[in-house]
Design a binder for this molecule. Structure first.
Ligand code: PRT
Ligand code: ZN
Length: 300
């Protein structure tokens, strides 16, 4: 039996685009877990945190109903649920803690090849197929446009070919699904990525403390992904130029080099990717003995 008062319950997508990244994120935050026999739960062995695997659309509801304390889900799902709750006069009991650097996509209006679309006014009087009727409805209201929303549960991209809709409003990442279905992306109505939600209702202190610790660790994990530690030797005279070339570094450590008066050692955490081109520019600027190391953990 899981201790509801002290153990955090986190809802993740069971099987889909967010599953691997979300579980990997918790593992990078230090979670060691064992999987339940039914595969529907993971039990944290070294943290008071258990994971519940569900369909992504159910995640906001599970937080809303206080079954889970946290959930990881796309902003598109969060927004769709939030508008749906508000339309029913229900206050959403989930709030965004932070966005995560995966699951990026956009909710866009797509139009059959050969059909014109200038701006949102081109939607007037048209039928638009979508699985996001609430977000689309809000977009149309904001633009003061009357159009028919055709709500589908999937296969939205074939709706125009089947004669069920004139346009579609669907998630796009690479755009290849649209191309394969002879559609073109005409307008973006929402940018999305994975995000963590939590209940706004106060939780017991022990849980609150773990939410705080987890948030800090997630922040650290996200920062180190792109970060690199650079070490190099630089002529003193070139220091200003070399510092400018270090991508996303704030305050490098400058140290004297034993036996050298004109050269120093520079150590810096670069918060952006370091490409070969950067090393070439550093070398041209006079740097030598350049080392680039991955950063494993970081806490601000
Ligand atoms: O079973 P369950 O309900 O949990 O899963 P699901 O089928 O509803 O969701 P899933 O796994 O497809 O997506 C989960 C979340 O990933 C979404 O809610 C988004 O936040 C995010 N995401 C990121 C995407 C995409 N990219 C994406 N490309 N979700 C869906 N797509 C689909 C899109 O609907 C379209 O069919 O992929 C197709 C377009 O992809 P491209 O690359 O061809 O443009
Ligand atoms: Zn879903």
């Amino acid at each position: 039996m899981i201790d509801k008062a002290t153990r955090l319950k986190v809802a993740l997508q069971k099987s889909g685009r967010l599953t691997d990244n979300s579980l990997d994120l918790l593992v990078r935050c230090g979670l060691k877990y064992s999987r339940g026999k039914d595969q529907l739960m993971c039990y944290g062995e070294n943290m008071p945190l258990d994971v519940l695997f569900v369909r992504d659309d159910d995640i906001p509801d599970l937080v809303q109903q206080d079954v889970c304390d946290l959930g990881i889900v796309g902003l598109n799902v969060i927004e769709e649920k939030r508008i749906a709750f508000e339309a029913r006069g229900i206050s959403p009991l989930f709030e965004q803690v932070m966005t995560l650097d995966y699951g990026r996509c956009r909710l866009s209006i797509a139009v059959p090849e050969g059909t014109e679309y200038k701006d949102a006014r081109s939607l007037r009087g048209k039928r638009i197929a979508t699985t996001y009727p609430n977000i689309l409805g809000r977009f149309l209201r904001e633009k003061d446009i009357e159009a028919e929303i055709v709500t589908l549960s999937g296969a939205v991209e074939i709706a125009p070919r089947l004669g069920r809709a004139d346009f579609i409003c669907d998630l796009v990442s690479t755009g290849s699904t649209l191309v394969a279905n002879h559609l073109w992306e005409a307008d973006t109505i929402l940018e999305s990525q994975a995000a963590i939600i939590r209940t706004p209702i106060p939780v017991p202190n022990e849980k609150q403390e773990w939410i705080r610790r987890l948030s800090l660790r997630i922040d650290g994990v996200q920062q180190v992904k792109e970060s690199k530690y650079i070490m190099l030797h630089a002529p003193r005279a070139q220091l200003a130029e070399i510092r400018k070339l270090l991508p996303g570094s704030e305050a490098p450590t400058i140290m004297p080099l034993e036996g050298s008066t004109d050269k120093v050692a520079v150590h810096a955490v670069c918060r952006e990717n370091v490409f070969w081109e950067t090393l070439e520019s550093l070398k041209s600027a006079g740097a030598s003995a350049i080392l680039v190391l991955p950063v494993e953990k970081m806490m601000a």
